[in-house]
Design a protein around this ligand. Structure first.
Ligand code: 6PG
Length: 235
């Protein structure tokens, strides 16, 4: 999995502006509901802030997450909180179009609840490659080559039945993550990567190194790499 030629921008701000232009266009051109799965972490902040002041028909858009830290929604590490602060609180989106990963109760049960939500929205319990679950998946990339909360060496890398799974180890806090079959079920998948600490992982994955979680991704639809100059410096 390497995708087409990467789109490379000098600065993270330019990267975010281009990504926002592109996503705005995809939503405008799309007929019907546009299901987008958001990444967390810090890289998407600039993009989300850009999107917040664009003229977009948010009533078409349904928001999901690719992973979450198992913390309360108002916790500083919450991916939902980051998206709410930078985007969701600043746009006119129907509240029932926002589907955060649950972080209450037991992590395994919360993962099963989210999986049930995804299956209900998809309208089936198994994936049809002709009908991807998501219209757009936004991926970040860890310096260790992880995507979502699919960390190197984690048993969840081999999970092929569940759509959502708990990740009890690998980070200080328990995570929930989409599994490969689920995150791959998308018409368009975009890596949004910035910073020198990601350059080695970017280069390895684009060279076909499947030892990194990001290198094992086999997205069903179009794969696009959006990079800043620093993240692309080893290409
Ligand atoms: C998370 C993300 C994770 C992230 C990478 C990169 O919950 O942290 O979903 O997969 O995309 O860790 O994080 P940064 O953008 O903060 O470098």
């Amino acid at each position: 999995m390497s995708g087409g030629a990467p789109r490379i921008f000098a600065e993270p701000k330019e990267l975010a502006t281009h990504a926002a232009d592109w996503i705005q266009g995809l939503i405008a051109a799309h007929e019907g509901t546009f299901r987008i799965a958001l990444s967390g972490g810090s890289t998407p902040r600039l993009l989300f802030s850009e999107l917040a002041h664009r003229s977009i028909d948010w009533s078409k858009v349904v928001f999901y997450w690719i992973d979450e830290r198992f913390v309360p929604p108002d916790h500083p590490d919450s991916n939902l909180r980051m998206a709410r602060e930078t985007l969701l609180s600043r746009i006119d989106v129907p509240p029932d179009h926002i589907h955060p990963m649950p972080t209450d109760g037991d992590p395994d049960d919360a993962a099963r609840r989210y999986e049930a939500q995804l299956k209900a929205d998809y309208g089936a319990d198994t994936f049809d490659s002709a009908r991807p679950l998501f219209d757009f998946v936004l991926l970040g990339l860890g310096g260790d080559g992880h995507i979502c909360s699919l960390f190197p060496g984690s048993p969840v890398l081999d999970e092929r039945e569940r759509w959502v799974a708990p990740v009890p180890t690998g980070r200080p806090e328990v995570r929930l993550t989409l599994t490969y079959p689920c995150v791959e079920s998308s018409r368009v998948t975009a890596f949004l990567v910035a910073g020198p600490d990601k350059a080695e992982a970017v280069a390895k994955i684009r060279a076909g190194d499947t030892s990194l979680p990001g290198g094992r991704l086999k997205p069903q639809g179009e794969l696009v790499w959006l990079l800043d100059r620093e993240a692309a410096r080893l290409l």
